[in-house]
Design a protein around this ligand. Sequence first.
Ligand code: HEC
Length: 120
Amino acid sequence: MKRVLNSGIGLRRLIMSIALAFALNPAAAHAVNEGAAEDLAKAGKCFRCHSIDKAKKAPSYKRIAAKYKDKPDAEEKLIKHLSGAQKVKVEDGGDEEHEPPPAKDAADLKNLVQWILSRG
Ligand code: HEC
């Protein structure tokens, strides 16, 4: 019991420091880093086919967000979709290669996916 009490103090300190980190860093409190997501989408030439809210050669990010709304596996599915090249059918009927974006790491790719999913 004594050990539990002692670790309770450590836990409280941990929670306090996490709360403080969020308070000091608005980007951490708001999970999506919009600037980084848009930069990555530009670098990946995603806007060649996608627009945020208008249909182009591909569905808009708004439509994709709506399609995946309330789907618990949305993030995982889109990360998978963007992790490798694959063939997609564009609006004019042709097949094109869907190239993965040049993400720095997994967190960078996840941020882009969360940004797309929050366009709805
Ligand atoms: C050559 C045109 C093209 C480019 C460039 C492109 N996409 Fe797409 N993308 C498509 C098409 C077409 C679809 C629809 C595929 C479908 O629904 O079968 C799609 C679908 C998607 C989807 C939804 C997948 C799903 O499961 O519904 C996401 C997310 C996406 N693209 C993100 C991106 C990102 C991020 C980039 C930039 C790295 C990108 N796309 C670049 C054509 C493109």
